[in-house]
Design a protein around this ligand. Structure first.
Ligand SMILES: Nc1nc2c(ncn2[C@@H]2O[C@H](COP(=O)(O)OP(=O)(O)O)[C@@H](O)[C@H]2O)c(=O)[nH]1
Ligand SMILES: [Mg+2]
Length: 277
């Protein structure tokens, strides 16, 4: 118990010592979807309960939470480039020599509360489809990426999603379908591919986005949306947990009283036991 309290205090001290987040990581308004035809939530504001909890600083441990995001898809679709564009604002294939699984931590401030995403990248294992199950496990967000200029990679996203979902509780993760390299495609060709992608996204119960790591188009907007949806879910879970704890606490005090009264009545019973001398 004491250990836990110290740990929480240490963590909160770290949060206090952490430098402030960049202006582009501050999210005040609920970010919009890419297309209403394939989006996880149509609303344009934070959940009422979440807004109230943030204003009243009742978000519990959400400020210390790091949510896991995994990025999946065929080799060469642009997963690493997408992450590098968002996290480092670079487009350079040699930026990071990927050895083994790697992740980036991105800090945000959402509705006044600190929040972090842990964005996992693969390191070429996708070529052999031999991703370790630990990579997928505990993902709050699953991003399946395909190359807009290579339609075959779109079809493969179904299998990538199935692999990830096998390692997670059903319905526990937000799913995004992301078409990359938007700069390579325009006009009717782009529209046709996007239509197919929107169709598949609906099948997968995913939200669809088209992005370009090269030009940066939609990259920030996409991850901002990811962060806001994950944050809102975390706060709602925390509020639910809080109300469960309150119920458990209420239940515990009732059972303690019962135990006390049953101990008392046992004592009373033994005291008045006819067998007692
Ligand atoms: N034109 C264009 N090329 C891209 C884009 N994103 C990635 N690429 C290129 O696609 C190739 C594969 O990218 P990479 O990020 O390594 O793919 P990964 O294997 O899925 O991680 C590299 O040559 C990148 O430069 C993009 O948005 N536009
Ligand atoms: Mg890569």
């Amino acid at each position: 118990m004491l250990k836990r309290m110290v740990l929480v205090r240490m963590e909160s001290n770290l949060m206090v010592l952490a430098p402030p987040v960049g202006r582009d990581r501050i999210i005040s308004d609920f970010p919009k979807w890419y297309t209403p035809e394939a989006c996880l939530q149509l609303k344009d504001h934070f959940h009422r309960q979440v807004r109230a909890a943030c204003q009243e600083q009742r978000t519990g441990t959400v400020g210390l939470k790091v949510s896991k995001v995994v990025v999946l898809g065929d080799l060469y679709v642009g997963k690493t480039s997408l992450i590098n564009r968002f996290c480092k604002d670079v487009f350079d294939r040699d930026y990071k020599a990927t050895i083994g699984v790697d992740f980036e931590i991105e800090r945000f401030q959402i509705a006044g509360v600190p929040y972090s995403l842990q964005i996992w990248d693969t390191a070429g294992q996708e070529k052999f489809k031999c991703i370790a199950s630990a990579y997928y496990r505990g993902a709050q967000v699953i991003i399946t990426a395909f190359d807009l200029a290579d339609i075959q990679t779109l079809g493969h996203t179904r299998q990538w999603l199935a692999d990830a979902q096998r390692e997670n509780e059903s319905g526990s993760s937000f799913v995004f379908l992301v078409g990359t390299k938007k700069d390579l495609l325009s006009g009717p060709a782009c529209e046709r591919t996007e239509m197919d992608a929107v169709h598949l996204a609906n099948e997968m119960q995913a939200e669809y986005w088209s992005v370009s790591a090269k030009t940066g188009e939609n990259v920030k907007a996409f991850f901002t949306r990811v962060a806001a949806l994950a944050f809102e879910q975390s706060v709602l879970q925390e509020l639910e947990k809080g109300s469960c704890h309150a119920q458990i606490r209420a239940g515990a005090s009732i059972s303690i009283r019962r135990e006390e009264s049953s101990v008392a009545s046992q004592e009373g019973a033994s005291g008045s036991s006819p067998g007692c001398c």
